[in-house]
Design a protein around this ligand. Structure first.
Ligand SMILES: C[S@@+](CC[C@H](N)C(=O)[O-])C[C@H]1O[C@@H](n2cnc3c(N)ncnc32)[C@H](O)[C@@H]1O
Length: 283
């Protein structure tokens, strides 16, 4: 999934008057998704730094839940010869895409340290890991408290005794607004569409569209039928699932009040209209 805040790291320069590489007919939606939404280098840096702060040693093993194209898991094994990763996703097609695009580009030795696992994150078991991550709000697909708790319990069972679960969350007034937001990428436009919000169920329906310079479009390249969980709900459910310590990491700001991409443990936040936060749950 993606929200505009996710690309503030990227600073991609728009190239003018160049024939675009992409049209709706030729573009690959997974490639555009990765370019628009993901920044796995920054993600892995955050996991690394935060695990060190919490446990006083580097993390070696990572389970990436809702792994999709497996980009984060591949970045993990590239980052250290002792590192192993398991990438779990329910969709064999996206895992296959990831295998061709990312895994097969790793060295044979690196490929031995990564495993793609097709399965439901609620029931899949993998070797006990230092870290489990669920990023880009993927767990928002679990709409009932009991289902979400069941998933969190399964995560906990797959962590070793020093294991840590990290997940992201977003919110603020703009999160419940029905809006379409366009972000220019190099050769296409990424559109984040918050299509509808239902306050009774906190159901948020979102889509990703891609628009191209030749006027063609891929509408609904991805659709997300989510429950917009709040931080206190998530903390409570993680504690109910057995996690011993659950900390919210909130973004700091610079002297102009702009977010500075530095996330620190916090007990109080401010009423940012579009915030992203991380939750760090210690087994
Ligand atoms: C939004 S993508 C996340 C991709 C990537 N992790 C990221 O950070 O951008 C969500 C992925 O979750 C997968 N998924 C949905 N339900 C799942 C489940 N119950 N178990 C495992 N994977 C699931 C989908 O197949 C999809 O690839």
């Amino acid at each position: 999934m993606g929200r505009k805040d996710k690309h503030k790291h990227k600073h991609r320069k728009k190239k003018e008057k160049r024939k675009s590489k992409y049209t709706a007919r030729t573009a690959d939606r997974h490639e555009l998704y990765e370019l628009s939404v993901q920044n796995v280098e920054e993600e892995i840096k955050f996991l690394d730094k935060t695990f060190r702060e919490v446990r006083g040693r580097p993390a070696l093993t990572l389970r990436e839940d809702f792994a999709g194209t497996t980009a984060a898991a591949c970045e993990w094994v590239r980052n250290g010869v002792e590192r192993r990763a398991w990438a779990v996703d329910i969709d064999p097609k996206v895992l296959e895409w990831g295998r061709k695009r990312h895994v097969e580009k790793l060295s044979p030795e690196q490929q031995e340290r990564i495993e793609l696992v097709e399965g439901d994150v609620k029931t899949t078991n993998t070797p006990l890991a230092d870290l489990v991550v669920a990023f880009n709000f993927s767990y928002f697909i679990f709409k009932e408290r009991a289902t979400l708790r069941h998933y969190f319990e399964q995560v906990r069972r797959n962590l070793n005794s020093e294991g840590v679960f990290m997940l992201d969350c977003f919110g603020g007034a703009e999160a419940i607004e029905e809006s379409e937001e366009e972000t220019e990428q190099d050769d296409f436009t990424y559109v984040w569409d918050q299509d509808s919000f239902d306050p009774i169920g906190a159901n948020l329906m979102c889509h990703i569209h891609f628009h191209f310079p030749d006027g063609s479009k891929i509408r609904k390249a991805y659709s997300y039928d989510w429950r917009l969980w709040t931080l206190p709900e998530l903390r409570e459910i993680l504690v109910e699932a057995g996690f011993r310590k659950v900390t919210v990491y909130w973004e700091g700001h610079d002297e102009d009040g702009e977010g500075n991409d530095i996330y620190e443990p916090a007990e109080r936040g401010d009423s940012d209209p579009a915030w992203i936060a991380y939750i760090v749950a210690e087994r």
